[in-house]
Design a protein around this ligand. Structure first.
Ligand code: UT7
Length: 323
């Protein structure tokens, strides 16, 4: 017997404003064709003025709770994966806790940029298997539109805002890879590469700053590291590529997604793709993709899924879970 962290509910929130690629053509030397062909992105959502990361995170959490048929007071912990929290402190997670009306349990943020949701899932799993929490909401939520340099065509056309959430619940499993829930994780970072993707400001440098990225360098790391981490995570669970039903990748670039799927030996109809509609929503992209995939009827109970992501740090990782 072994405790497993099983997904009981999933939900998401996207801000109302949809921005098609063509909107950037007026202010930047770019085209819809370039953005589509280099990244696969067609449109993205941007938060309204005054709409914050914790607002979107709370909306996604409510949707996930409804899907799980649970009330907020039945949750032990809230983890928000974000690099764009409302305030320097307290955490976005404590704000979500309050917005959900929770007055017990605990809440904290995880900051691993685009890999944040994968890192947060691994933390939630650790809390559940060590019996520190029975039900955890794990949320990925970002307002990257707030850290865009709108004069930099190489970054500002790529990112979007949004939030997704899953409710994880402790259930007894058999201890084999047939169990539902999180089966393994593989987390990595290498700070030598911090200059490839970063924000050039922060609290101790006294300005908010803008996102800076050497996109083609990150791209090169991504295609190698994502397949490696997914393979290592599968290996830890005693599983191989052939066992997979779905890849739910971080949604940064369709060419990275296709390259990783090819390395893992899966056809694209086994890959959940939302990048065309959301752009890169950093830590929100995987839970958004899980929620959209569920609403499309793509995920069935018992399906074996690998999620993988890479981002600023560099930080990267993968989680294997059975739906
Ligand atoms: O989520 C966190 C992890 N991030 C990622 O995974 C992002 C990884 N990187 C990428 O997705 C891709 O590298 C990009 C989509 C960012 C760029 O695609 P690329 O094929 O690597 O292009 P590039 O950066 O090598 O740039 C090619 C050309 C350059 O022009 P020159 O120097 O060849 O004349 C850029 O200046 O495209 C130019 N360019 C643009 N042209 C039109 C860059 N941005 C734009 C633009 N419109 N928006």
């Amino acid at each position: 017997m072994k405790l497993r962290a099983v997904v009981r509910g999933v939900g998401h929130y996207l801000p109302a404003r949809v921005v098609p690629n063509s909107e950037f053509e007026a202010s930047l030397d770019t085209t819809d064709e370039w953005i589509r062909s280099r990244s696969g992105i067609e449109r993205r959502h941007f938060a309204a003025e005054g709409e914050t990361t914790s607002d979107m995170a709370a909306a996604a959490a409510r949707a996930a709770l409804a899907d799980a048929e649970l009330r907020a007071d039945q949750i032990d912990a809230v983890i928000v994966a974000t690099s764009t929290a409302d305030l320097t402190f307290p955490s976005a997670a404590t704000m979500v806790q309050d917005k959900l009306g929770m007055t017990s349990g605990f809440a904290f943020d995880v900051q691993a940029v685009c890999a944040g949701f994968v890192f947060a899932l691994a933390q939630a799993n650790a809390l559940i298997v060590s019996e520190q929490a029975s039900r955890v909401i794990v949320i990925g939520a970002e307002t990257f539109s707030r850290i865009m340099d709108w004069t930099d065509r190489s970054t500002c056309v790529l990112f979007g805002d949004g939030a997704g959430a899953v409710v994880l619940e402790a259930r007894q499993g058999t201890g084999t890879s047939h169990d539902r829930g999180i089966l393994s994780s593989d987390l990595n970072s290498d700070g030598r590469y911090r200059d490839l993707l970063y924000v050039d400001g922060g609290v101790s440098t006294q300005n908010t700053g803008y996102l800076r990225m050497q996109g083609n360098q990150v791209f090169r790391h991504a295609v190698v590291k994502l397949a490696e981490t997914a393979t290592r995570a599968l290996d830890k669970a005693g599983l191989g590529h052939d066992d997979l039903d779905w890849i739910v990748p971080h949604q940064a670039n369709i060419r990275i997604i296709e390259g990783t799927a090819k390395k893992l030996g899966l056809p694209m109809d086994k890959v959940v793709v939302t990048v065309q509609d959301h752009g890169n929503t950093s830590a929100a992209s995987i839970p958004l993709a899980l929620s959209v995939a569920k609403s499309r009827g793509q995920l069935r109970e018992g399906d074996l899924i690998v999620t993988e992501a890479i981002g600023g740090g560099l930080a990267w990782g993968a989680v294997v879970l059975r739906w």
